[in-house]
Design a binder for this molecule. Structure first.
Ligand SMILES: Nc1ncnc2c1ncn2[C@@H]1O[C@H](COP(=O)(O)OP(=O)(O)OP(=O)(O)O)[C@@H](O)[C@H]1O
Ligand SMILES: [Mg+2]
Length: 260
């Protein structure tokens, strides 16, 4: 498999928006403190997992199918709650957030999935606007926000297209634009390249690296060995629900490790 797109953006240079490098000394934006998650059917999806993520860090969560990657993402958006331990976002214990305050938590986060979850009967602009239409009906404001999000993902010329008229990579970009609309501080991606060919997948990872460079913290769950090895970012490796490796500028596999 060959990837022909230009390399990942630099990690340490200040960006045009002035966000700068990861904030090593700021308090962590995400904390997993001895977290376990058992599903009602008894499956232990995550077992005694601890890690912290600093603001503006970029983290890959890797591991074989069933290793617990998506469960980590679901715990972060409080779609699931930890059976043991604590998950904190910006210092707030997610278990303590009342149900009615969950939308506020989720507005801090952008999230994209393997399947793009676009609404087929809405145009690109309408899909992107959908998330704020309810709270911010002001037309010019909405147009400006949608334009800005589509500009970031490089699709400002596709405003009026429908999802079926776009390639998979473009559809994922629309999903990313939609997730960017609230300017989230944390961007979560669960297998965002899973349905894409290598070039389109690498394009999406580059976009996430760019979003990180603009100041967001990014956590990306993936099976995609090549993009992890090319990006040289932090790697959290999961196996059977356990965190087996936490490495800065890591690889998908550790030397000598069996294929995940
Ligand atoms: N809602 C659920 N109810 C019961 N078991 C679940 C549920 N979701 C996941 N599991 C189980 O928990 C374990 C971890 O699943 P998870 O989806 O987190 O893995 P994953 O690493 O994301 O896998 P994949 O790479 O296939 O997406 C698996 O054994 C899975 O079968
Ligand atoms: Mg998964």
């Amino acid at each position: 498999m060959s990837i022909s797109i230009s390399p990942a953006p630099p990690k340490t240079e200040a960006s045009a928006t002035g966000s700068g490098p990861p904030a090593r000394h700021d308090p962590p934006i995400i904390v997993f403190e001895r977290v376990s998650k058992s599903y009602p059917n008894g499956v232990s999806a995550v077992q005694d997992v601890s890690f912290t993520v600093r603001p503006r860090d970029f983290v890959f969560v890797v591991g074989a199918s069933g290793a617990g990657k998506s469960t980590i993402i679901r715990l972060l958006i409080r779609e699931e709650t930890a059976t043991k331990g604590h998950v904190l976002v910006e210092g707030q214990d997610l278990a303590r957030i009342r149900h009615r305050h969950l939308p506020r938590l989720r507005r801090k986060m952008g999230i994209v999935f393997q399947d793009f979850k676009l609404l087929p009967k809405l145009t690109v602009a309408q899909n992107v606007a959908f998330a704020i239409q309810v709270t911010d009906p002001g037309r010019s404001y909405l147009k400006e926000k949608v334009g800005e999000a589509l500009y970031i993902v490089g699709l400002e010329d596709k405003l009026n297209s429908y999802p079926t008229e776009l390639s998979g990579g473009e559809q994922q970009r629309v999903a990313i634009a939609r997730a960017l609309i609230h300017r989230p501080r944390i961007f979560l991606a669960d297998e965002p390249t899973g349905n894409l060919d290598p070039d389109a997948g690498w394009g999406i990872v580059q976009l996430l690296l760019q979003i990180n460079h603009r100041g967001a913290t990014v956590v990306m769950a993936t099976h995609n060995r090549e993009v992890v090895d090319l990006s040289r970012r932090r790697v959290l490796a999961m196996e059977g629900g356990r965190l087996i490796r936490d490495e800065q500028e890591g690889h998908y596999l550790k030397d000598g490790e069996a294929n995940l």
